[in-house]
Design a protein around this ligand. Structure first.
Ligand SMILES: [Zn+2]
Length: 179
């Protein structure tokens, strides 16, 4: 999850997007093992190109695109960035940027990158880290993602870095801009 206080709860009850009859067979565009909702394909492609400017993010895309199992990416327009582990599904708002607690700015693309790093972690390690409380980052998994890949990519791409799991969301017109 990108920030501690999401405006909406994770949509765990929606079911597996790949088995949702209403979405139809052509609803996803496959980037190897990454299945991207067609409605956000253009934004996703722009975000991937941008994030691949960072070595850790580039490796994360490589891992997920060549993984044995499929990871889904769905879009929304209500600032809901999270990873549903049970459904192997990333939710992403391509127009939701983040102002950090210290006043820095992060692009929607970096929010996607954050969730993909959750998705790329080994299930066993992730379950353990998720269950371990951390006073500043809520749990050790958020701490790992924020201080690791997110900070690395933020520095490479000239975005703000975080020292907590908070922030305030705001709207931008493209996934790769800060304002
Ligand atoms: Zn997170």
């Amino acid at each position: 999850m990108r920030i501690r206080t999401s405006t909406v709860p994770p949509h765990a009850s929606e079911g597996h997007p790949g088995r949702n009859a209403t979405t139809g067979a052509g609803a996803f565009v496959y980037h190897g093992s990454l299945a991207v909702a067609r409605s956000i394909e253009r934004d996703f492609t722009a975000a991937e190109k941008y994030l691949r400017g960072d070595s850790i993010m580039s490796r994360t895309f490589d891992h997920l695109e060549h993984a044995r199992s499929t990871t889904f990416v769905t879009g929304n327009a209500h600032d809901d960035d999270h990873y549903n582990f049970a459904m192997k599904t990333v939710a992403w708002d391509p127009h939701s940027a983040l102002q950090t607690t210290s006043g820095g700015r992060q692009s929607p693309a970096l929010g996607l990158g954050h969730e993909l790093v959750h998705a790329d972690e080994s299930p066993t390690i992730r379950a353990h880290l998720d269950a371990t409380y951390d006073p500043a980052y809520d749990n050790r998994e958020e701490r790992r993602v924020i201080l690791g890949a997110e900070t690395h990519a933020a520095r490479t791409l000239g975005e703000g870095t975080r020292h907590d799991h908070g922030g305030r969301v705001y709207h931008v017109n493209s996934p790769t801009v800060l304002a």
